[in-house]
Design a protein around this ligand. Sequence first.
Ligand code: ZN
Length: 300
Amino acid sequence: MSSVKDTIIEFKIPEAEVSDLLTGVNRGTNSMVIVIRDDDTCGFTQPGEIQACYEKIWDDIPISLSVTPFRIPGNDKNLPKHLMGKIETLPLHENQELVQMLRAEIIAGRIDISMHGYHHTCYNGLPEYVGGEELGKKTRDGRTYLENLLGLMVSSFVPPNNAISKGGISAVIDAGMNLVNVPSLWSVRRRPMTSKTIRHIPVYYWHRKVRKMPYPYVLDMGNHKEVGYHTAGPRSRRKQLFSDLDYCERNNGVFVISTHYHAFDRKTQDGETVRALVFDLIDRAIAWPDTEFVGINTIW
Ligand SMILES: [Zn+2]
């Protein structure tokens, strides 16, 4: 029996379908969509930290905050010093100043919200949605909590540390959300498979392995959807990100820029600040006619 890899190599995409892929027929529109995803807003985030990053642009460009409902600081290396090693839960609703700011900006259309784990802490050294327990209940409860507290529908899930196990994906699906991450499409050990998942594999590989570029569209798995992301952070390279953005634009795809407010002043591999990299990507995208900047919950 041939392996999945062999099947992919043998698979030939009809010419008409290749043409569709190149013109963005997959998404049914003729322009690129951009999402600015900013992770780690939680019970200890100060409203001013978010405002300082985005208030100059969010009248025109919605910012999608990945929010953790019940943060436990633990030993995350990105924590403020005074929280390092703390293991008590910091519920979002106890930070009323932040909650009021989020509610107001959501109503104004400046902020959209995804769920970013439940505690966002590690278990036996593993990220929460790989090593954590009771993920089904936590995911359902966390979604309901965020929706009731902030007054919007939350249909997007961003896994902490960008890592999620097969059980974690099932928890997200059961909670009725979509995933901002595309775990290995071809691995039955690492993800739940549907017939639709399997049907995506050849085209996904065509972009990734033949073109050697990121897959530029939302993937409809039948019971949920998934989209990839592009990290703008201290380990990022400008050339790679701009190349990926240009490819997405040529394909009229969906481009999710993933960053962190707490890393905005850190330097990238090219020696510029993360802030400068994020805003340069935005400037390039604005220069193309018809580029749409949208909140994360509207791409599905
Ligand atoms: Zn995070």
